[in-house]
Write a new protein. Structure first.
Length: 489
């Protein structure tokens, strides 16, 4: 019923409490047809714990509806604060409407829709328990009126999601603070009493389970963007030895790997090794080292499709020892918690499998680690991903997203301070079970004697966070959302 309401251009209004854990997130994803998991959607606090101040209007509100929004919402009793919620579904769109404390991640009202869906879900942090409020009431009245008039337009793409400023470190710190107040509530506060509403009528009715309906019609496909090469960031200076453990973690977005498997006498080549250039020249065309080179020019992605010398493809002698044929192996020299692996595939479809290697995956002498992990150490149940999400970037290139799933996926857990107990060689148990030291990508072998185009990997990027970074400046170019290949990631 609620899904049909959204497909007909309706509005669903929700509010949650601690009585129905996870129900609100689940309902929103269900009725909008989101596929996958929430990347981040956390309860942060409420004004029974601390003064929040008034909710301030965001610039994204007019992306949702172009109306006369009240500039402020009252700090009434009881107002809940959530992080801006983002879903991994490529067509999911969310609009932070009002935030508090000058923090774009702390929302008291936000809306959700989906590319091609003419309806929306409005989540409100105020339950009207303290009675009518002028700002909250005016905001709700104007939103309902706008939907009644058909003013909402289905989003045509999800680019808004990548342009919004991410501050997940602040989210985790807020969750940690909430946990210190009430440990039981921290993981269960996001969700509960859910309301489907056709108009404002005071207190909401109890939640009614959503029946199953056929999936909504596939929205019209988005036209491929016009692309132009984008120079990658300049190569940073080689990191100096340091014991800087002041930061417990750093988030990064679309960062290349730090190393790649070398020859039989060299387990790994790091991007800032002094002899990196000479190593690259050993097999300049189609070397795997191009995938960690920070200064390379992106390959031509436009028609006519052609092979690129700065992209990797399997060739005679390219197999990585200890791994299946046609496999590319990339490494990290610090423990990583990965959310996503993003691959730029050229010419033809060829990537078949993405797999994770535990931390550490290769020797890290500066940490006293002398471990080498091969394919036989990979857990085929939890560490291998073959259901990959593909979409065309141009006629000659595809983007592949591999989302890390439980039990290897990151969660918003408190990272203890570094010290004598915890560091990169002795991680807390929760993070030690999830930390990644390398990623492998296996390509399909081309049929013998075929004249078909040979698939290539032109770029590999990672979204996640590093634990106890020893050289925080190394991650500087990747701390903010980026645009690569002239595509909004």
């Amino acid at each position: 019923m609620l899904r049909q309401l959204l497909q007909s251009g309706g509005l669903v209004i929700v509010h949650d409490s601690s009585r129905r854990p996870e129900a609100t997130q689940g309902l929103i994803a269900e009725i909008l047809g989101y596929q996958g998991d929430w990347q981040h959607c956390e309860a942060l606090t409420d004004n029974s714990r601390r003064t929040l101040g008034e909710g301030a209007l965001t610039s994204q509100a007019r992306e949702f509806l172009d109306l006369a929004w009240p500039p402020r919402l009252e700090d009434a009793r009881l107002v809940q604060v959530h992080s801006w919620c983002k879903h991994e579904d490529a067509d999911a769109v969310s609009y932070p409407l009002y935030t508090v404390g000058g923090d774009p991640m702390k929302t008291v009202a936000q809306a959700f829709s989906r590319v091609g869906t003419p309806g929306a879900v409005l989540w409100l942090g105020y339950s009207w328990q303290a009675g009518p409020q002028e700002g909250w009431g005016a905001m709700l009245d104007r939103v309902i009126t706008a939907f009644h008039k058909g003013s909402f337009r289905a989003p045509s793409d999800a680019s808004l999601m990548e342009n919004y400023p991410l501050r997940l470190d602040a989210v985790i710190d807020s969750v940690a603070s909430l946990a210190e107040d009430t440990a039981e509530i921290v993981r269960r506060y996001m969700s509960a009493i859910v309301v489907g509403s056709y108009g404002y009528g005071g207190y909401p009715p109890a939640y009614i389970p959503v029946p199953s309906y056929p999936p909504p019609p596939t929205p019209f496909p988005q036209s491929p963007p016009t692309l132009a090469p984008l120079a990658p960031p300049r190569r940073p200076q080689p990191p100096k030895p340091t014991n800087d453990t002041s930061k417990r973690f750093l988030w990064y977005r679309y960062m290349p790997a730090q190393g790649v498997q070398g020859g039989s006498n060299r387990p790994v080549v790091w991007y800032d090794d002094a002899d990196f250039g000479s190593q690259l020249n050993l097999h300049y065309n189609n070397s795997n080292l191009w995938l960690v080179e920070r200064e390379k020019q992106i390959c031509d992605l436009e028609s006519p499709c052609r092979m690129c010398k700065r992209a990797w493809n399997p060739y005679n002698g390219s197999d990585a020892p200890g791994f299946p044929s046609n496999t590319l192996v990339l490494y990290f020299r610090e423990p990583m918690l990965l959310k996503r692996v993003v691959i730029l595939e050229l010419v033809a479809r060829g990537v078949e499998e993405v797999f994770l290697l535990d931390w550490p995956a290769v020797p890290i002498p500066e940490l006293g680690l002398n471990v080498t992990r091969l394919y036989d150490s990979v857990n085929q149940t939890t560490d291998v991903y073959t259901s990959l999400r593909r979409r065309a970037v141009t006629d000659c290139a595809s983007r592949i997203d591999a989302y890390v799933k439980p039990p290897r996926s990151d969660e918003l857990q408190i990272v203890p301070p570094a010290g004598s107990t915890y560091n990169q060689t002795h991680l807390p148990a929760f993070f030690g079970e999830r930390a990644v030291g390398g990623v492998g990508i296996r390509m399909r072998a081309p049929p013998a004697g075929t004249r078909r185009p040979v698939p290539q990997i032109a770029d590999v990027r990672f979204v996640g966070r590093v634990l106890y970074p020893r050289q925080p400046s190394e991650y500087g170019p990747y701390l903010r959302p980026r645009q690569l290949w002239n595509e909004d990631w």
